[in-house]
Design a protein around this ligand. Structure first.
Ligand code: PHE
Ligand code: NA
Length: 446
């Protein structure tokens, strides 16, 4: 990627690539269970609000830096800082981002592996005729089997690193073009089916009638972190994609389209999943297993259920694949920037992530009661702190860099929304996004 002028083949391809990074476990796995743990509608409203006033403007900031620098994140940051005549230490922000995605990928790969296992099980009829409690027990048995989990984690990571080793821009584009619409369609069918369930009414009420009385600073922190996580913002991962962005494409339009789609996917998943939860009298706050238990139950009622369930997990797998490729890219391009070949870099990153992932695997069996912070075991820590603390911190620094540090002319050009659009964006980032991240992080600390 070093100073190359390779570009995405079209504007649409850029939007599809960013969507590929954005839509993933965050929407279909993390959104429902975090919303469930935080009480529903109030959390949902906060999260959407944070997407609008934080996620979206900072996403633009992040892509702008890559687009103006046209290099790897660290190099872009260093170059733009140099142009402005300030410290080149800003480049370490790129390294912090790489560390963040490293942590995220280590649990992301493990959970994505679950959908491999579930896909195979569904296609082979393993869920046929099972009741909700049986499906729940099957999931618990799966979690308690570190070998099976490790196998799937390994498979998923190999899939990811092979694409990364071959270079990002090419393979990804085609895959995204082809398959994501099918996932959206299937989610629409599922949400449509949910309308016929007894739990649909209660689910809608629970999702869309906010009760702010139970609001705590920690709920704010969770909602903010999830807004960054789901949009893939704050780790310089999208910065790397910005370097490939074509000229003459307005950034607010592209980023807005991605954010709308990302929120829609989460909402559809939420409607489908919580309708099952309320129909079956399950607990919305049941945690990371929520999706993997409710969806098999939902599909069991549909004609051809096992096939459609298998297809769903296949498409979820593809969605998480494009996200994890984006997660791996910052680390690999950093190592490439330090002189490693792409293949060696992908291999090294893959091995390290694999090892840390093993700790996540064991967090569901032998290490489950090893509490590191409060009640959180290793998986709890690594799936909470990087998304909810590191991403907002990275996003904060990215926002400061884009709105205060990088040369104004470069920023104006990279946003590509005219002088007035630029002024609006900068005012929002300077006076809303940056103070808001600080306030939420501090209120969470206290
Ligand atoms: N946005 C992805 C998801 O929702 C996760 C992600 C986070 C990807 C950070 C890249 C960077 O699943
Ligand atoms: Na997402």
């Amino acid at each position: 990627m070093n100073q190359t002028l390779e570009r995405w083949s079209s504007r649409r391809a850029f939007i599809l690539a960013v969507t590929g990074a954005a839509v993933g476990l965050g929407n279909i796995w993390r959104f429902p269970y975090i919303t469930g743990e935080n009480g529903g509608a109030a959390f949902l409203l906060l999260y959407v609000g944070f997407v609008v006033v934080l996620g979206l403007p900072v996403m633009m900031a992040e892509i702008m830096i890559g687009r103006a620098g046209r290099r790897s994140p660290m190099q872009s940051l260093a170059e733009l800082a140099r142009q402005r005549g300030t410290s080149s230490h800003w480049k370490w922000l790129g390294l912090f981002g790489a560390f963040t995605v490293f942590c995220i990928l280590s649990f992301y790969s493990v959970v994505s592996g679950w959908s491999i296992d579930f896909m195979v099980k569904a296609f082979s009829g393993g869920f046929a005729g099972q009741s909700a409690p049986q499906i729940g027990a099957g999931f618990d048995a799966f979690l308690a089997d570190p070998l099976r989990m490790t196998l799937n984690h390994t498979l998923f990571l190999v899939m990811t690193m092979v694409v990364v080793a071959a270079g990002v821009a090419k393979g990804l584009e085609r895959l995204n073009n082809l398959l994501m619409p099918a996932l959206y369609l299937l989610l629409i069918v599922l949400a449509g089916h949910a309308v016929t369930m007894d739990g649909f009414g209660p689910a809608m009420a629970w999702l869309f009638t906010p009760d702010f009385s139970a609001l705590t600073p920690m709920v704010l922190v969770h909602a903010m972190g999830h807004a960054f996580f789901t949009l893939a913002v704050g780790a310089c991962a999208l910065m790397a994609y910005g370097a490939y962005m074509p000229d003459h494409q307005s950034l607010p339009g592209a980023a807005g389209a991605v954010a709308v789609l990302d929120v829609l996917v989460a909402l559809l998943a939420g409607i489908a999943i919580f309708s099952v939860v309320f129909t079956q009298g399950m607990d919305p706050g049941e945690g990371p297993g929520l999706v993997f238990v409710t969806l098999p139950v939902a599909f069991a009622e549909l004609p051809g259920g096992p096939f459609w369930l298998g297809l769903f997990f296949l498409l979820l797998l593809l969605a998480t694949w494009t996200s994890s490729i984006n997660l791996a890219e910052p680390m690999v391009s950093t190592l490439v920037g330090w002189g490693l070949s792409r293949r060696m870099a992908a291999l090294a990153v893959g091995l390290c992530v694999w090892l840390v992932g093993l700790l996540c695997v064991l967090s569901f069996s032998s290490l489950s009661d090893v509490h590191l912070i409060g009640e959180m075991n290793f998986f709890g820590v690594v799936s909470t702190i990087p998304p909810e603390i590191f991403l907002p911190l990275g996003g904060l620094l990215i926002a400061i860099f884009a709105a205060w540090v990088m040369p104004e002319q470069e920023a104006l050009r990279a946003l590509d929304a005219g002088p007035n659009g630029f002024r609006v964006w900068r005012a929002v980032v300077r006076w809303v996004s940056i103070p808001l991240v600080l306030v939420v992080l501090f209120s969470g600390l206290l």
